[in-house]
Design a protein around this ligand. Structure first.
Ligand code: SF4
Length: 243
């Protein structure tokens, strides 16, 4: 994996569609999810090879401080173009440093939403406890770690993510689970696993099916890429969650 340090002009990017700012300390992601949607952006706008290269926004801390003063954001999402707690974060600590910048502006009470597939997020529990409005989401797309290894080869295991979720919840954090995209799974089992520790659960189908079709075929999983599968899986998950 090639690591390229770059200078960024902006730290906060506004999304009209979602009415929120996004913050991406990195562009590119070592989790290497087969279905990753963010890679299209990277290829189109940044001309990077998603599998081979990660851009590290080396000046993001100063840029974020300036952007907060200028834009006074109310809601910030971390992240859309990377996992903010991917492996590189252990070295660069940019996500952590960005959270420290938000602590410099307590009166703004910025609402921060973190989304990750990594247990490294627990490292920053001390900061989460100081930030007034923060929620941490774990993406958990299946109950089956063999499936996880096929689709999300370098992300934390399902067990580690569940343990992370449990720990965050037990420490008083607002938590959410993103079952997105729904991978082949036992929906009842997954719903029962996440239910005690998630304040909210978001569920979504697989988009860009063409990208993963061959993998599904190779492992005899094609049924799990049909609309029927997504409909019935979502229904079963919701039935357990609503009980
Ligand atoms: S964690 Fe998100 S950004 Fe990273 S490879 Fe997976 S889908 Fe893409």
């Amino acid at each position: 994996m090639k690591i390229k340090e770059i200078e960024t002009k902006t730290a906060l990017n506004y999304s009209e569609a979602k009415s929120r700012y996004t913050l991406n300390p990195y562009v590119g992601c070592s989790n290497a999810c087969i279905y990753c949607y963010a890679r299209d952006y990277a290829r189109r706008y940044r001309k990077i090879d998603w599998k081979e290269e990660i851009l590290v926004k080396i000046n993001i801390v100063e840029t974020l401080r300036r952007d907060i003063i200028k834009r006074r954001p109310r809601y910030v999402f971390m992240s859309t173009m990377c996992d903010p707690y991917q492996q590189l974060e252990e070295v660069y600590k940019l996500s952590r440093k960005c959270l420290e910048v938000f602590l410099e502006f307590p009166l703004l009470e910025v609402e921060i939403m973190i989304l990750t597939k990594s247990s490294l997020v627990l490292r920053d529990l001390d900061l989460f406890k100081k930030l007034k409005k923060i929620s941490v989401g774990l993406t958990i797309t299946t109950d089956n770690d063999e499936i996880r290894k096929l689709f999300e080869p370098r992300a934390s295991s399902i067990e580690e993510r569940l343990e992370t979720l449990r720990f965050l919840k037990e420490n008083g954090l607002k938590t959410s689970v993103f079952i997105s995209p729904m991978l082949p799974m036992n929906p009842e089992k997954l719903a029962k696993m996440v239910k005690p520790y998630a304040d909210s659960v978001f569920i979504d189908d697989m988009h860009y099916k063409w990208r993963v079709e061959n993998l599904y075929k190779r492992y005899g999983l094609s049924r799990a890429l049909t609309n029927d599968f997504f409909r019935s899986t979502k229904k079963k998950i919701l039935e357990i969650l609503k009980k």
